[in-house]
Design a protein around this ligand. Structure first.
Ligand SMILES: [Zn+2]
Length: 75
């Protein structure tokens, strides 16, 4: 399922509208009030993206459609 919910802590690739943030991040559910309300009303989950290095805060309120779970390759 391409739009299946992403478990907290999943490594994902961001490919949304902020091109300077494209790349690998760790996805966590966005816990802000707006996204909580959105989830209650529509069932849509938004995400907060954390830099895997932990050096930057990354993006919040990210749509599911803007991220794809990162598969660890086929090596
Ligand atoms: Zn939010």
């Amino acid at each position: 399922m391409d739009d299946a919910p992403i478990p907290p802590g999943t490594l994902v690739i961001y490919h949304g509208s902020h091109a300077d943030c494209h790349g690998l991040h760790i996805a966590m559910p966005c816990l802000c009030g707006n996204c909580g309300t959105l989830q209650t009303l529509s069932g849509e989950t938004r995400y907060t993206l954390q830099d895997p290095s932990g050096l930057t805060d990354g993006l919040s309120h990210v749509r599911r459609a803007s991220i794809t779970p990162h598969t660890r390759g086929e090596q």
